[in-house]
Design a binder for this molecule. Structure first.
Ligand code: PLP
Length: 344
C-alpha cells in the first residue's frame, strides 16, 4: 500500500524508475519462436551465473517448480521435502495436479532438512514401497525464517540424492539472499542441485518472473511443460528486461535487507528478551511470536500506524525486509512492534 511501511512480504516491491526505463527500452519478439532477445539474454545470463547449461523464464516461482518437478519426477512418485516447504504448504496442491507427484514430508530445523534424519526417513527401495522420485529443498526457507542451508549442507543432501539415484530439486525463490548472506560461489551452489528455480520478483524487486535452471535436457523437457501449463509467453522481453535490470542492480544490496531484518529482530529481542533470537535472522525474514497477545491484534495496531506485517499463526507474525523499505522505516516498524507487543 502506498505510503505505508509494508513488511508483509518481499513480493510487494514496485519497479523503480530506472527499472521502468529498462522495461520501456526492452527489445522484444515472439518468445515462442525463440525470437525475444531480452528473454534469451536473461536466460543466458542466469544459466551463466550458475555455470549451468540452460535456464527458462517463467511467469512465477510456482510454475518454475511445477515444470521442474514434472520434468524430473515420474507421476505418482514421492518428493521428499521438509514439512513446512512452500511446495507442499503454499501452492494450493499444485504438485498433485500439475506435477502429479505425492509428497513425503520430514521435519527439519527451521525449514531445513537434516541429512542424517532425511536418510533415516527415506522409504526402502523396492515393490510395493512408493518410489522416492526426488528430494526437494528450499534455499532460503520461507517458513523457517529465511534460514540458509549453505553449500556444505547442500552437498551432503546431494550425496544422499545421488546415493538413491534421484534428483535434488531446489526451490531457490530466495537463493539470491542465501548467496548474498554466505558469499558462496553461485556456480558451486548451483551445481549441488539437479535443477532449481530462482525468483526475480522477491528480494530482487522485479515485478514478475522466475527461472528454472539445469542441464539442457531437463530444461528442454521443462519447456514442454511450461507450454502445456499455459505459461509460454510471447513478447515477454518487457518482463525479462526488468529481471535483467534487477539482477544487475539489486543483488548486491540484499545484504542491506539482511541488516535491516537483523535490526528489527534485535529491537524486538531487547524489548522482549527471549522472544526470538536475532542471531537466527541471517537473511530478510523475521518471525515474531506475539506471546499472549493474538497476532491479529498486534497486526491491527500496527496497521493503524501504517505498518503492515503478516500473521502466520494465531500468535506469530512475519516481517520481510526488501527494496522498498529502508533502514529508517525498519527502525520505526521495529519500535512500533515492540510497543504493540506490550499492548501500548
Ligand atoms: C520459498 C518460495 N517458493 C516459491 C514461491 C512461489 O513464488 P511465486 O509467488 O512467484 O509463484 C514463494 C513465494 O513467496 C516462496 O516463498
Amino acid at each position: 500500500m502506498t505510503g505505508s511501511i509494508d513488511l508483509r512480504s518481499d513480493t510487494v516491491t514496485r519497479p523503480t524508475a530506472a527499472m521502468r526505463r529498462a522495461i520501456a527500452a526492452a527489445e522484444v519478439g515472439d518468445d515462442q519462436y525463440g525470437e525475444d532477445p531480452s528473454v534469451l539474454a536473461l536466460e543466458e545470463e542466469v544459466a551463466g551465473l550458475f555455470s549451468r547449461e540452460k535456464a527458462i523464464f517463467t511467469p512465477t516461482g510456482i510454475m518454475a517448480t511445477q515444470i521442474l518437478l514434472r520434468a524430473l519426477v515420474a507421476p505418482g512418485d514421492e518428493v521428499v521435502c521438509e514439512s513446512s516447504a512452500h511446495v507442499v504448504a503454499y501452492e494450493a496442491g499444485a504438485a498433485a495436479i500439475n506435477a502429479q507427484v505425492q509428497f513425503r514430508t520430514v521435519d527439519g530445523d527451521r525449514g531445513r532438512l537434516d541429512a542424517d534424519h532425511l536418510e533415516a526417513s527415506l522409504r526402502p527401495v523396492g515393490f510395493p514401497n512408493t518410489e522416492v522420485g526426488a528430494i526437494s529443498v528450499e534455499e532460503t526457507t520461507n517458513r523457517g525464517g529465511g534460514a540458509v542451508y549453505g553449500l556444505e549442507r547442500l552437498v551432503a543432501l546431494r550425496a544422499i540424492a545421488d546415493g538413491r539415484e534421484v534428483p535434488l530439486h531446489g526451490d531457490g525463490a530466495r537463493l539470491w539472499n542465501a548467496l548474498a548472506a554466505t558469499g558462496e560461489d553461485p556456480a558451486a551452489v548451483g551445481a549441488t542441485f539437479t535443477a532449481f528455480s530462482v525468483c526475480l520478483s522477491k528480494g530482487l524487486g522485479a515485478p514478475v518472473g522466475s527461472l528454472a535452471v539445469g542441464d539442457a535436457a531437463v530444461i528442454a523437457e521443462a519447456r514442454r511443460w511450461r507450454r502445456r501449463f499455459g505459461g509460454a509467453m510471447r513478447q515477454a522481453g518487457v518482463l525479462a528486461a526488468a529481471g535483467s535490470y534487477a539482477l544487475q542492480h539489486h543483488r548486491e544490496r540484499l545484504v542491506e535487507d539482511h541488516a535491516n531484518a537483523r535490526a528489527i529482530a534485535t529491537t524486538v529481542a531487547e524489548a522482549h528478551p527471549g522472544s526470538l533470537d536475532p542471531d537466527e535472522v541471517t537473511t530478510n525474514i523475521v518471525y515474531v511470536p506475539t506471546g499472549t497477545r493474538p497476532a491479529a491484534e498486534v497486526m491491527a495496531a500496527l496497521a493503524e500506524q501504517g505498518i503492515l506485517v503478516g500473521a502466520m499463526g494465531p500468535h506469530l507474525l512475519r516481517l520481510v525486509t526488501h527494496l522498498d523499505v529502508d533502514a529508517a522505516a525498519c527502525v520505526r516498524a521495529a519500535e512500533a512492534l515492540a510497543r504493540a507487543l506490550d499492548g501500548r
